[in-house]
Ligand binder design. Structure first.
Ligand code: ATP
Ligand code: MG
Length: 756
């Protein structure tokens, strides 16, 4: 056997070993809980296929849930495989693999050179469609406004003529693999939806873009018509979050299929993911007389036993589920999760900041900011926490979410990059032409848009030039402003050409655009910081290796496509900097999928936050179960120390963001805490010398030579200025009785006061 492979296999346990080397199994499901090494197994299996079975990299497809996961896997493989050339390995999210296949083979379907339509573009197109409906079509909708209607088996409770619900219904149809032609022929179709769906597809086609769902749907059409003949192995990570079209794609990609997943971690039903895919896969192959083997893994290598027991206490509340207690491979425990009940989100944020300051101030502390993550259910919850981290001087990195990409300054910047990269991007032109203000009124903008839509033989950019030269009746001021705008675009385009696809120079182009279009002038420092993030992304961008079969786009176009693919799935860009050096990670739970940190905070365990108010209002078992799994995912990200907290408000409006509903109860998921022994992890660790030592060891730091009493004295002195963790009262307020509820601390100074 190959020596590298030998070494690699020796690190696996028996079941993992079997899962990696399961050669005779051509259909394999690896179903196992968090931290059991599923992702490790997939990575090792790819190495095994390359080295032992000598499968060429281009004959393997690996799908991961995030781009970061794909990058990490490649890095690990490169190290394992002595820098073997893996450029041709088809690895990435379903969407990026599909987009690549479309770019490569999509010509017969008329799909070459397409771009990606992001969320705002989709909304733009649907609005345009709703405005362009002719009288006869309008008739179809009469009386429909505000009415409930059905689509794709789902019932929308929203009115029809608003882009949002139209977009999500079309998306739902697409994720079930239903094309607009198929839907229009379905006897149970909704006529309005069918009409909108087909107009929508024409709109995307006219503008030469694919939306995110199309990447999958069109790719399915492509591989159905022109099967991929070379693919020998398909491996899918995070299978529990695949939807129908992804399942169908997986069948089409190749015949040897390995999937790994954990039904307990399925948290994407809202995006049409379906846990039933595990069973569907078995049934599908059975119908073809093919056996699907199942391997389970039950050793957890990530978390301590205390953390696993706590997480299981949450999950076992799910009625239909069989209890599954994972066994930790850690020989040390650092105490049960630390928990606290606070009186408001502000106090909770203060509590978190205090805990983090405490951890980071330990003498020669083994914990660094990058070892810590704070995971929240909804992105808006980070706001208050961010303020508190800032005022305590704790460096943090907001793992970028959808919110980042929808910020005004970020969308403007991306639009400017788009108009430079692609002279046919009408939508981006319309959005940038009057930002910053160039004196163009609403009516004039409409006239310009009409003109831009007219003649297909010229680029949007050329048409705008004609418009200024008399095609559209414009005031001389507007004429001159648009001319200046066009000239600057021209100069930027020349700069782009001059780069000759040298991606390292992209930041220079960025500087040129921001200064020449005077973009930063109107922005506040935090906004400038946000667009500098884009500059950072540009400087880090490495284009995919050239592919002879793909007609090249310019380097900026490639950057935009890759961001577009990231952008549509929040998590893909989120996890990019999950372990940013020297910074605490702040993320949504969805963004933390598959990741791990030594120290994890899960705040906001109140009814209305987790479970979310949406789930509570939906009032279905499925909605609540999904929220519970979400909490389970959060808790199981922790390796060594876990902090959970919640708040219960007493109706004082000052204490909460005005638009938010009052939170009155701890989360239903943590009711079991009532009966638990209230000890704190920190107290636990520092009472035992070997625990302190092992904490250092696990975190890869040399443990300072210390005498426990002395250590504790020094530690106490240090901590007394912040918070005394040796007296759990005041830090930990459980919720077993009413008196405790009243205790909740008021401010940092109060805590110091009550604990000394
Ligand atoms: P999740 O469900 O959260 O995605 P997972 O099952 O994919 O988890 P991994 O991320 O692959 O789990 O592994 C969790 C941690 O355990 C990683 O740090 C990994 O390196 C480690 N690990 C897995 N298997 C072993 C092993 N046999 N020996 C040592 N460490 C291991
Ligand atoms: Mg994993």
């Amino acid at each position: 056997m190959h020596p590298t492979l030998d070494q690699l296999l020796s690190t696996l346990n028996t079941n993992q070993h079997q899962a990696v080397t399961a050669h005779p199994f051509s259909k394999l499901q690896i179903i196992a809980g968090p931290g059991t090494g599923k992702t490790k197994v997939i990575t090792s299996r790819v190495a095994y296929l390359l080295l032992d079975a000598k499968i060429p990299p281009e004959n393997i497809i690996v799908t991961t849930f995030t781009k970061k996961a794909a990058n990490e896997m490649i890095e690990r493989l490169r190290t394992m495989l002595d820098n073997m050339n893996l450029d041709k390995l088809m690895i990435g999210t379903f969407h990026s693999i599909c987009f690549r296949l479309i770019m490569r083979y999509g010509k017969p379907l008329g799909l070459s050179g397409f771009g990606i339509a992001d969320e705002r573009d989709k909304e733009f197109y649907v609005k345009e469609i709703l405005n362009e409906l002719n009288a006869e079509e309008r008739e179809l909708f009469s009386g429909r406004e505000g009415e409930k209607f059905k689509g794709g088996g789902k019932t929308s409770l929203e009115p029809v003529l608003i882009p949002g619900p139209v977009i999500s219904l079309i998306s739902s149809l697409k994720s079930q693999g239903i094309t607009s032609d198929q839907y229009s022929q379905s006897p149970s179709k909704d006529k309005c939806l069918s009409l909108l769906y087909s107009h929508y597809q024409s709109k995307l086609q006219e503008n030469r873009v694919l939306d995110f769902d199309d990447c999958l749907l069109k790719c399915h059409e492509l591989v159905s018509k022109f099967p991929l003949t070379n693919i020998e192995h398909v491996l899918v990570d995070e299978f529990q979050d695949t939807n129908e079209i992804q399942l169908q794609l997986m069948y089409k990609f190749g015949t040897n299929v390995t999937i790994v997943g954990d039904p307990d971690q399925s948290i994407y039903a809202f995006r049409n993911a379906q846990v039933i895919n595990f069973q569907k896969m078995i049934d599908y192959y059975q119908r073809q007389n093919q056996q699907c083997s199942i391997i389970t893994l039950d050793h957890n290598y990530r978390s301590t036993n205390d953390i696993l027991i706590f997480s299981e206490s949450v999950m076992k509340q799910e009625k239909e589920r069989k209890s599954k207690q994972l066994v930790s491979q850690h020989t040390n425990d650092f105490g049960s999760p630390i928990y606290a009940q606070l009186k408001s989100e502000y106090q909770e944020a203060k509590w978190i900041a205090l805990q983090i300051t405490t951890l980071l101030s330990l003498p020669t502390t083994p914990i660094h900011p990058q070892d810590i993550a704070i995971l929240v259910r909804s992105a808006y919850q980070t706001r208050v926490i961010e303020t508190e981290l800032n005022s305590n001087g704790i460096p943090y990195h907001m793992i970028r979410g959808k919110a980042f990409w929808s910020r005004k300054e970020v969308t403007v910047m991306m639009d400017y990059l788009r108009i430079i990269a692609n002279e046919n991007d009408r939508v981006a032109v319309l959005r940038t032409i009057n930002y910053p203000k160039r004196g163009i009124g609403e009516k004039t903008l409409e006239k310009i848009d009409e003109y831009l839509k007219l003649d297909v033989n010229h680029s949007v950019y050329e048409k705008l030039r004609f418009a200024v030269q008399g095609g559209v009746n414009l005031s001389s001021k507007v004429q001159s402003n648009i001319s200046k705008y066009l000239n600057t675009i021209q100069q930027a385009k020349e700069k782009l050409d001059a780069l000759r696809d040298d991606h390292t120079k992209l930041p220079e182009l960025f500087d040129f655009i921001t200064s020449e279009f005077e973009l930063t002038k109107e922005w506040e420092p935090s906004q400038v910081e946000n667009i500098n993030e884009i500059k950072k992304l540009l400087s880090e961008f490495t284009p995919p290796s050239p592919d002879d079969d793909i007609p090249p786009k310019n380097i900026l176009g490639q950057f935009i496509d890759s961001m577009g693919l990231n952008e549509a799935v929040e998590e893909q860009k989120q996890s990019r900097h999950a372990h940013y050096k020297g910074q605490v990670a702040l993320s949504t739970i969805h963004g933390a999928k598959g990741l791990e940190w030594p120290v994890v905070f899960v705040p906001g365990l109140s009814d209305g936050l987790l479970p979310s108010i949406m789930a509570i209002k939906a009032n279905t078992q499925e909605a609540i179960d999904e929220e519970r799994r979400c909490l389970y995912v959060a808790l199981t990200r922790a390796k060594l120390l876990l902090y959970v907290s919640w708040y219960v408000e007493d109706g004082d409006k000052e204490e909460r963001q005005s638009w938010r509903m009052q939170v009155t109860d701890p989360s239903r998921f943590i009711e079991f805490i009532k009966n638990k022994d209230k000890k704190t992890g920190l107290v636990h660790i520092f009472r035992q010398k070997d625990k302190v030592k092992s904490l250092y060891e696990i975190l890869g730091k040399r443990c300072p030579d210390f005498d426990l009493d002395e250590f504790n004295t020094v530690y106490k002195e240090k901590m007394n200025s912040i918070l005394n963790p040796f007296n759990p009262k005041g830090i930990v307020d459980g919720c077993d009785n009413g008196a405790d509820k009243k205790v909740g601390f008021q401010s940092a100074s109060d805590v110091i006061h009550t604990t000394q």
